[in-house]
Design a binder for this molecule. Structure first.
Ligand code: MG
Length: 257
């Protein structure tokens, strides 16, 4: 397994790709209201990406994925397919994942948004998932080990009564959306490759209200929780540098504002 090391110029390029991802999220946050279809959200995302000459959505066509963004609602964990027949409703939690390639580099980030007034349990799930991401990013430091990042997610959410999804994981990111290494959201600390300056990772906790298990719907894409309870997903693209972690997708909406 070899983990690609990016130069500082390459990291700057990744920041630009992620800047477009953040712009898409900001626009979607404005438009995410009860009554809008998930297909309409997808069109809005395509429109923002198209404003940047040369930028392309990386999910579209990936292993045949039919849309620009993934929209996963309530018990859907990840990889939900936007549809003209699916409408956003008040009180739901909506996970949106956006990936963009720009000038040879990929940006990748996800937020779970609360729509209108969400219940207290949903709010706690969102906050725990988001904060577990920042706890994991804190471990993305030179000299640490890969599983320190993984352990940070699990050790944050489990004591709060939640479960981590183990079937889907974060990943290296850069010229390709998925590079080495895989970045699980669970496991003992102190294991795996040593973290080095220039590694770039998409860290993405997927956290369930109930059990950690999942299954895939008959559309072949949408991952749902095994028990039908809700799931949240936050993701940042992060660069490890000698001066500490840099969040390349800085500026994402919080999901609750
Ligand atoms: Mg990702």
């Amino acid at each position: 397994m070899s983990i690609d090391i990016k130069s500082s110029a390459e990291i700057e390029s990744m920041k630009r790709a992620n800047g477009i991802v953040v712009a898409v999220h900001k626009e979607l946050r404005e438009k995410l209201r009860p009554g809008i279809s998930t297909r309409e959200l997808d069109k809005i995302a395509s429109g923002v990406i198209a404003k940047h000459s040369g930028a392309i959505p990386v999910f579209l066509g990936y292993h045949g994925f039919p849309a620009t963004i993934c929209v996963s609602i309530d018990s859907e964990v990840v990889h939900g397919i936007p549809s003209q027949d699916r409408f956003i409703v008040e009180g739901s939690i909506v996970s949106i994942d956006v990936g963009v390639k720009y000038r040879g580099f990929v940006g990748d980030a996800a937020v779970t948004y609360g729509v209108g007034k969400i219940d207290e349990a949903g709010r706690k799930l969102l906050i725990a998932t988001r904060d577990s991401l920042y706890s994991a990013i804190e471990k993305a430091r030179v000299g640490g080990r890969l599983s320190d990042i993984s352990n940070a997610v699990e050790s944050f959410v489990v004591p709060r009564g939640f479960s981590v999804v183990t079937e889907y994981v974060g990943h290296g990111v850069g010229r390709e959306m998925h590079e080495e290494p895989q970045v699980p959201n669970f496991g003992r600390p102190g294991l795996g490759p040593r973290l080095k300056a220039g590694m770039t990772l998409a860290i993405e906790p997927m956290v369930n209200e109930g059990v950690g298990g999942t299954r895939v719907l008959s559309d072949g894409w949408t991952v749902v929780t095994a028990d039908g309870r809700r799931s949240a997903h936050f993701e940042h693209s992060v660069a490890i540098t000698k001066d500490g972690p840099i969040i390349l997708s800085e500026g994402l909406p919080t999901g609750l504002d």
